[in-house]
Design a protein around this ligand. Sequence first.
Ligand code: PLP
Length: 407
Amino acid sequence: MPVPPPFMLTTGPVTAYAAVLNAMSRPAIYDGHQAFQHFYRGVIGKLQSALRLTNLPLILQGDALLGLEAAAASLIGRTDVVLNLVSGVYGKGYAGWARRHGGEVIELEVPFNEAIDPVVVRRALVARPDITVIAVCHHDTPSGTLNPLAEIGAIAREHGAFVIADAVSSFGSLDVHPETAHVDIFVTSAAKCLGATPGLTLLGISERAWTRIKANPDAPRASFLSLLDWELAAEIDKPFPVTPSLAEIRGLDVALDLYLQEGPEQVWARHARTAAATRAGLKALGLRLWPIDEAIAAPSATVFHLPAGLTDNILRDTLLDRYGVLLSFGRGFTAGKVLRIGHMGPSAEPMLAVTAVAALGAALNQLGIRADAGAGVNAALAILDGAASNQADSKSSSREVADVDPA
Ligand SMILES: *Cc1c(COP(=O)(O)O)cnc(C)c1O
């Protein structure tokens, strides 16, 4: 088993919080016992708080792709016309499930460094009033770009369409919640911005979606894909549908405690500052960001173009072998074109932006590409200090470093 590098700045999974790992090592308790049932109900309650839901959320035992597939299988029926919004690899991939369960799939696609324009969504709904379901990825992680989920949700609600949203790598990094974004099935993960380990999907499901799922004869039952089965898991005195993944649930319990106790707003601010400092540093190094406009760059991942003449392998390996910094490769369309820096949960720590930028500056120079590592670090530090606005003040009061007088 390889030793994890000192700086795991990947785009998921991320190094879990130490307290999460600690909780996962506790002995099992029998799931038929009331103690387990109350514990589980408590975790559901904490997740409900984190998702700011008026009803109870669901936890599925399998990483987030299970939840995304289960959403399609449960909500989408044979007569549905699905509008699949595509701005990246995950959005594109959703069409496969939509086609398997739905009647017709219409795709609205933009280049994978851009975001979906809500005006175009509105136009698509006017052109095809028979659209009943909209699928959208909030943060398409291979691109590091955000779609305007709440705006799309509001347009869909007005039209009467159901929304399935992949918020796997955005929830916990910024102010996004199922009800305020008008999302009917909101899918997220324990292993990205919440800083727990892979293995659980977290879902927020609207009451209107529950009504539809219960009326859908094709919605899976007696299956790992069955949202109807998983709904029963939170009921005290009912047997758990399968043997619970106790370690993961314990880890999630602590991750939710950490999130709620630190304060969601503080957690989001930490993600935003880390991302802003990273982007400022990268630009000062002369690197180019992948998103066409920084306004759509996500707070949980910074994606940048590889400089001409470098492969992702050589840059990734130099960063890892010399500086202990592990970044993620691109994926699908962005593979071989970019590297990605994750700011998720424990890695959304502003000083880690300085680490990433310093290592990148050094690695580029190692590989024969001139980059001003000092300028990169200073640009990142300026964001950390919020110094851009009061640089003059700090200049007037700054002194040279001098040796302490031994006397
Ligand atoms: C990571 C990710 C997934 C898949 O989640 P897993 O937990 O790896 O199954 C889905 N969608 C997006 C946008 C992701 O970033």
